[in-house]
Every structure is written in C-alpha cells, then in structure tokens.
Write a protein that binds this ligand. Structure first.
Ligand code: NAP
Length: 249
C-alpha cells in the first residue's frame, strides 16, 4: 500500500495512537503533518523519528476545538504542501465523571474537541479533496461509542456522534471520490489509559476475547488501509480494532 505523494494531517499526532499513525503513514511514503495542541516537544520527536526512517513530515500546532485556528492551519498547509489528501481526526480528550456530577464544562470540552473538532477539520480540509476528486477522512471513534460506559457520558456521546458525522459526510462526498470512515479502537495502551488501575485493567481484559489491551500500532494498521487506494469502494464504515470486545456494527 503506497501513499507516495499524499499529504496527510493527523490531529493529535504527537502521542499515543496519533503518533503510531504518523509513523505508519510516513513509512508508506506520505508526507505527514503532525498536529498537537500543547506538547510541541513530543511532536518534534515524532517528526525526528519520521525523518530518521527516511520519511517526510511537518509540524502543525493548533487546537482542533478552535475553528479559526483550524481554518488558518489548513490554509497554511494548503499553501505550503498543496492541500490535505488524507485527514485523520484523532485528537481526543477525556473528562470522566458520573452524569449526576458532570459539569457543563466537562461536557463542552469533550464534545468540542472530540466531535466538533472533527467537523471543523473535515470542513476545512474537504474542499481541496473534492477538487482533486480523491480524499480520505478517517475518524477515530471508540468502542465506548458503541457500548456506552458509566462515567463517560460526554466521551461516549462524542464518539457515537462521530459515527453519525462519518455516515452523513460519506453520503455527501461519495460522488467526489472522497471516502469517510471510522476506526473504533477498544482499549489501547497510551497516556489516555495509563491512569486505569491494575484492577480495572484486569476487569477490562476479562471482557476481551484476546485477553489483552491493544497497541497504537494495531490501530495504525487499520487507518493505513482506510487511507489507501485499496479501500476506495468503502465509505461510511467503521473498522473495529478491539481484540473481539465488541463485534457488532
Ligand atoms: P493520548 O495519548 O492522550 O493523546 C492525545 C493526543 O491528542 C495528543 O497528541 C494531544 O496533543 C492531542 N490533543 C488533545 N486535545 C487536542 C486539541 N484540542 N487539539 C489538538 N490536539 C489535541 O490519546 P490516545 O489514547 O492516543 O487517543 C487518540 C484517539 O483515540 C482519541 O480520539 C481517543 O479518544 C481515541 N481512542 C483511544 C483509546 C485508548 O484506549 N487509548 C480507545 C479508543 C479510542 P498534545 O500532545 O499536544 O497534548
């Protein structure tokens, strides 16, 4: 699967799943834009790793929840790189709490980053894809968007919302050969899950037929397929990468 000549933007590319996606797509020949919101050092390390393996990339720091900043960044990338061919909406946060105690701020922060961020980035990037009659938008949702999770009403709502966004955009953009799909990871070892206690991790593993948490690289492989020409007749779909934890669709 070659991505030679393609320009990629991975939101939240500085750490965890986003970092693995950046490295994987750069290894396929793409020029990869590494977005981050605050951790410029981590983003620079990802760029250095890409360059060390003979790949190409660039940094693009902006907050996906800030629509003006998103528009400005995508304009700059378009001017400097010639557009975004493949957008991976991966940036995400958690602000967990039971519904009864959840503050409006925690709801708004998670919805603004995890759902509105994907809408704003897609809206800004899709025009160039439509003109080129080729594009890929890949939204990183979560198993939690399908199963629900006590303590994560904001996160689960945003992730389930991404599935609706994906299907609607897939219908709007299909005629221009722009595909829009989701990858839904299960529990993956990253900073986001590092706070889970060993007890909780054991309980989660008991729900996973493969009895282990996934790696960022497991997710990156599914993203690489959806980014490629090989997936060209597939749109509005979700690829589940969860060790068998959830098998529905
Ligand atoms: P992570 O290790 O916490 O990394 C989060 C990334 O998102 C960082 O690069 C961070 O940038 C960036 N980010 C956060 N808010 C941002 C904003 N407002 N604008 C731009 N970038 C922002 O998370 P992860 O575990 O890799 O998760 C990546 C995605 O996969 C998320 O959408 C998450 O919901 C989803 N997911 C994760 C799991 C899991 O088990 N880990 C499971 C299912 C789905 P900085 O480095 O600058 O902070």
């Amino acid at each position: 699967m070659s991505l030679d000549g393609k320009i990629v933007l991975v939101t939240g590319g500085s750490r965890g799943i986003g970092r693995a996606i950046c490295l994987h797509l750069a290894a396929q020949g793409a020029t990869v834009g590494i977005n981050y919101v605050s951790n410029s050092i981590a983003a620079e390390e990802v760029l250095a790793e890409i360059t060390a393996q003979g790949g190409k990339g660039f940094l693009s720091g902006f907050d996906v929840a800030d629509s003006k900043a998103v528009q400005k960044a995508i304009k700059e990338i378009t001017a400097e790189q010639g557009g975004v061919d493949i957008l991976v909406n991966n940036a995400g946060i958690t602000r967990d709490g039971l519904v009864a105690r959840m503050k409006d701020d925690d709801w708004d922060a998670v919805l603004n980053t995890n759902l509105k961020g994907a809408f704003t980035c897609s809206k800004a990037a899709m025009r160039g894809m439509m003109k080129k009659r080729w594009g890929r938008i890949i939204n990183i949702t979560s198993v939690v968007g399908f199963l629900g999770n006590a303590g994560q009403v904001n996160y689960a709502s945003a992730k389930a919302g991404l599935v609706g966004l994906t299907k609607s955009m897939a219908r709007e953009l299909a005629g221009r050969k722009v595909t829009v799909n989701c990858v839904a990871p299960g529990y993956i070892v990253t900073d986001m899950t590092s706070d889970l206690s060993e007890d909780i991790k054991e309980k989660i593993k008991a729900e996973i037929p493969m009895a282990t948490l996934g790696t960022p690289e497991d997710v990156a492989g599914a993203v690489a397929y959806l980014a490629s020409d090989e997936s060209g007749y597939m749109t509005g779909q979700t690829l589940h990468v969860n060790g068998g934890m959830y098998m529905g669709n």
